[in-house]
Design a protein around this ligand. Structure first.
Ligand SMILES: NC(=O)c1ccc[n+]([C@@H]2O[C@H](COP(=O)([O-])OP(=O)(O)OC[C@H]3O[C@@H](n4cnc5c(N)ncnc54)[C@H](O)[C@@H]3O)[C@@H](O)[C@H]2O)c1
Ligand SMILES: [Zn+2]
Length: 383
C-alpha cells in the first residue's frame, strides 16, 4: 500500500504569508535560523499576522545550519516554558527540521533523542500544531515527513521520518526565497533536483510521485538558472518554490537514495552544505544507478535530452558549482589526506543511512567508497 501524506493545508503564491493570521490558537512560538529572516523583516511580518489573529507570540532564533541535538533540546525547553499551541517554523530546512523535533520533545519531555532514533516518533498534536514557511526553495521540509538532525559529537547527520511530523500548514510564499543570495539559490535548487531524481528512480516510486517529480525536474531546468541570474524576479522564484514543494511531495512518499546517504555523511563529517553535496554527487550517482533502472531514460525522454548526467553537470557549471569535492573551498576537502582518512567510516555510515534502502541499485560500503572517490576527483563512473 502506498501513502502520500502531505500537509492538509498548503497555501502558495504571493501574499500567502498572510495566511498566518487565519490560524486559530492562543500562543505561537516562531522557530527560526540566524539573522536573515529578522534582517529582511519577515519575523516582524509573521509576528504581526499572528498578533492580528489574536496570538501571543515568542521567538526562538539562532537555529544553526545542520541543526544539532543541543539546539533541539534548547528549543524544547523554550517550548516547555512558553507552552505554545502553534509552532511556526520560518526559514530554510535547518530551522524547519529543528522545529519538528523540538515539537516532538515538547510533547514528550522525557524522551531522549536516541530513543526517537530507535523507537520512532510517537503521536503528536496533544499540545501543539506545526506551520512551516520555507525561505529556501530546497529541502521541502514544509511538506515532508523528514527531519535531519546532526549529532555533533559523532559528526553524523540522522534523518528521522514519521508521518506525524508532517506540518499541519505549509505556507509557500515566493517573497521569502527572493532574498536568497546566489550561492544559496544554486545549492538549494540543486537539492530540489536531487529530491526529484531520487524519488523517480526510488524502488518505492509510484504514479503519484513520478508525476510530481518529473514536473519538478522540468521546472528546475527551466527556472533555476533564471532564479540564479535574475534574483528579483518573483515569478521565477515562485516556480522554484513550487518545484521544491512538489519534489518534497514526491520524496516524502517515494523516499530518496544514495545521493542523500552520501551527502548526509560528508555533510556531517566536513560540514559540506547539504545542497552543494547533493549537486556534486548527482551526476556520478545517476551514472551508477542508470545501469539498474530505465527511469533515467524516461527522464531524458521527458526533458528531450540525450544524457542526464551531462545535463546536470552543465547546470552545475552554469550555477558556478564545482564538479568535484576536491574543488570545493572552506570545508577542508582540498587536501586528499583528510578525505582519505575518513573515507571508510563515511562509506560505512552511508551504507547504513535509511535513504540507501530505496536506492535502485544495491550497494556495499566498498561501492559507496568508489562513488565518493569519483565524486571527489570529478571522474565519470562508467559501469
Ligand atoms: N526535512 C527534509 O525533508 C530535508 C530534506 C533535505 C535536507 N534537509 C536538511 O535541511 C538542511 C538544509 O536546509 P537548507 O538547504 O534549506 O538551508 P539552511 O536552512 O541550512 O539555510 C542555509 C543558509 O541560508 C540562509 N537563508 C535561508 N533562507 C534565506 C533567505 N531567504 N535569504 C537569505 N538567507 C537565507 C540561512 O540563514 C543559512 O545561513 C540540512 O540540514 C539538510 O540535511 C531536510
Ligand atoms: Zn535534500
Amino acid at each position: 500500500m502506498g501513502n502520500l501524506k502531505i500537509p492538509g493545508d498548503i497555501v502558495f503564491g504571493k501574499d500567502s504569508f498572510s495566511h498566518l493570521s487565519t490560524l486559530e490558537g492562543k500562543k505561537a512560538l516562531i522557530v527560526t535560523g540566524g539573522s536573515s529572516m529578522q534582517r529582511f523583516g519577515f519575523l516582524d511580518l509573521a509576528k504581526k499576522y499572528l498578533e492580528d489573529g489574536g496570538f501571543e507570540v515568542e521567538i526562538f532564533d539562532g537555529v544553526e545550519e545542520n541543526p544539532s541535538v543541543d539546539t533541539v533540546l534548547k528549543g524544547k525547553d523554550a517550548m516547555l516554558k512558553f507552552e505554545p499551541d502553534w509552532i511556526v517554523a520560518i526559514g530554510g530546512g535547518s530551522p524547519m527540521d529543528a522545529a519538528k523535533v523540538m515539537w516532538v520533545m515538547y510533547e514528550y519531555p522525557e524522551v531522549t533523542f536516541d530513543e526517537l532514533l530507535n523507537n520512532g516518533i510517537p503521536k503528536l498534536r496533544n499540545k501543539a500544531k506545526l506551520a512551516c514557511i520555507p525561505s529556501t526553495s530546497g529541502t521541502a521540509s514544509e511538506i515532508t515527513a523528514f527531519s535531519v538532525i546532526t549529532d555533533t559529537k559523532n559528526h553524523i547527520k540522522y534523518p528521522l521520518a514519521s508521518p506525524e511530523m508532517v506540518a499541519d500548514v505549509a505556507i509557500i510564499d515566493p517573497i521569502l526565497p527572493e532574498k536568497m543570495p546566489k550561492h544559496i539559490t544554486a545549492n538549494t535548487g540543486m537539492d530540489v533536483l536531487a529530491h526529484a531524481t531520487e524519488a523517480i528512480v526510488s524502488t518505492a516510486a509510484n504514479d503519484y510521485t513520478d508525476a510530481l517529480a518529473i514536473q519538478a525536474i522540468k521546472l528546475v531546468f527551466e527556472y533555476l538558472p533564471l532564479a540564479y541570474n535574475e534574483p528579483d524576479n518573483l515569478g521565477v522564484r515562485e516556480k522554484m518554490h513550487n518545484a521544491s514543494a512538489m519534489a518534497g511531495m514526491a520524496f516524502t512518499s517515494a523516499s530518496l537514495g544514495i545521493i542523500h546517504s552520501l551527502a548526509h555523511k560528508i555533510g556531517g563529517m566536513f560540514g559540506v552544505t547539504h545542497g552543494l553535496a547533493n549537486a556534486i554527487l548527482l551526476p556520478y550517482v545517476v551514472q551508477f544507478n542508470s545501469k539498474a533502472t530505465n527511469k533515467v531514460n524516461w527522464i531524458e525522454e521527458e526533458l528531450g535530452i540525450l544524457d542526464f548526467p551531462s545535463a546536470i553537470k552543465a547546470l552545475n557549471e552554469e550555477l558556478n558549482i564545482p564538479l568535484s569535492f576536491k574543488e570545493t573551498k572552506g570545508f577542508g576537502l582540498e587536501d586528499d589526506k583528510k578525505f582519505n582518512e575518513v573515507l571508510d567510516e563515511m562509506s560505512k555510515n552511508a551504507q547504513e543511512d535509511p535513504c540507501t534502502l530505496t536506492n535502485p541499485r544495491q550497494t556495499t560500503p566498498e561501492i559507496l567508497k568508489m562513488i565518493y572517490q569519483h565524486a571527489y576527483k570529478g571522474q565519470d563512473i562508467v559501469d
